[in-house]
Design a binder for this molecule. Sequence first.
Ligand code: BEZ
Length: 304
Amino acid sequence: MELRHLRYFVAVADEKNFTRAAERLHIAQPPLSRQIQQLEEELGVELIEKGTRPVKLTEAGAFFHAHAQELLAKAAELKTMTQRVGKIERTLSIGFVASTLYGLLPRIVRRYRMLHPEVDVTFHELTTMQQIQALKDGVIDVGFGRVKSEDPNIRRIVLREERLVMALPAAHPRAASSDPLSLVDLQSETLLVYPKTPRPSFADQVLSVLSERAIVPLKIIEVRELQIAIGLVAAGQGVAIVPESVQGMRRDDVVFRALTDRHAVSPVMFSVRKLDRTEELQKMLAVIYDVYDAAGISYIRETL
Ligand code: BEZ
C-alpha cells in the first residue's frame, strides 16, 4: 500500500464521487477506479459499498478514511519539517510568549547573537499552542512557551518552573505592605486573566492553580494579552497573577507581590520538532543554561 492509494481513497471518500475525485487528483477516472480496487484487494475488505451513488463507505471504509487522513496529514508535516531542518542558510526562527520578553529572553538572545553572529535570528510572538503548529509548519524552529501540551511531533523541555506573583494597582490597600500575599485574598478581588484565546493558555494555568485550592475570585475578566491585563491593573480594574519576571512592568502604578504559596508556578518551556538536533538549536540550549548559571537559576540540564 502506497501513500498514493491513501490520497486516492481520501479524495473519493471526501468527494463521494469518482469523477470529481479524479478531477481533484488530475487523473482519469479508470485508473482511479483501478487503484481503489487494488487497495480493496490488498486489504481484503470492501471500503466502498458497491453500486452506491453518491459513494457510500462501508464501516471498514469509514475507519480507513479517518486513519488515512491522519497519515496523510502526518506525511505533509514530515515534509515541511524535514525541509526546515535541512535548510541551507543558517537561521533560527524563535516563537515566544510575551511574558518571556520581560524575563530572560532578551539576555539569552543577546548572548546567542554575540557567540553566533553568523546565525540570522528572527522572532514571532505566538501563544504556546500556536507555537506547536508553527513548529510543524516550519515557520519557527524553537518555541518558548508556558502551556504543557502534548504532541507526538514535538519535543518539549521544561527549562524551569517560574514562581507566580500578584499584580495590584499601586493604590490597592494590599499593595502597601511588602509581605507575600495569599491566593485566598483573590476571593474578594476581580481577577484579570490572559490570553482569552486560543485555549488552553496561561489563563487556564492560573485558573487551575486556583481551582486546585478551591479558590473562587469575586469576578474573572478574560483579556487578550499580558500588556492589557497589566494596563487594566494599573487602571484599577482588578488584579492579575503573572510570572515573576514580569515585575519590571509599569512600576509607577502597578505593585507586584510575592505569593505565600511556593507551588504557584508556571513552567518556561523549550519546544522543538521531535528529533531535530540541528546545531543552531543545540547552541541555543547551551546559551540558555549559561544564562541560568550566571543568574543563579536552578534547572535540570537536558540535551537534544
Ligand atoms: C526564562 O525566562 O527562563 C526563559 C525565557 C526565554 C527563553 C528561555 C528561558
